[in-house]
Design a binder for this molecule. Sequence first.
Ligand SMILES: [Zn+2]
Length: 178
Amino acid sequence: MRESPVDPRSLVQWAEGPPPQQPGFIELRRPMPGVPVRGVLLANDATQVYTHHLDGSSFACIGKENGCPGCGPQSSKRWRAYFPAFCPQSGRLFLVELTPNAVRSCPALLDSNTPRKGRWIILRRRGQKANSPIMAELGEGFRHFRPPEAFDVKDALIRIWRMSVIILPPPGRPPASC
Ligand SMILES: [Zn+2]
């Protein structure tokens, strides 16, 4: 069989533009004393959830009946709300976290009559301790260019909580933590 030359241009994987950005790991930014968090909100509505705080890390409550490691005798659940946000200077996407205190200081953040998408949010600690209450402020709209699309907040949180795989106890048996 005679080998025929092939035009290399027909083999090369020419591209028609950059690949879509991978969602990757999206960080959660919390204010530190004297270091506020600023960002532009990418959604009107926050994702609300109950979490636990154990051994220095936070994770979502999955319910005592599912063997939630945080639902012990002296555990407490904390309400948190998350918005997708971005930084116009760096282009980075991140999550901002609202505490009950933050919402009390700025009820418009959860008020469905207030447009929030495209507006600045500023979170700062009221005090010098790492766990001082967080105060929130809703700023004016960001108008310089069109902000990116919002990412999936639940997907980003599942990665942050390292909860990609949850093995439930077999039905009919009490959870291991009982
Ligand atoms: Zn729990």
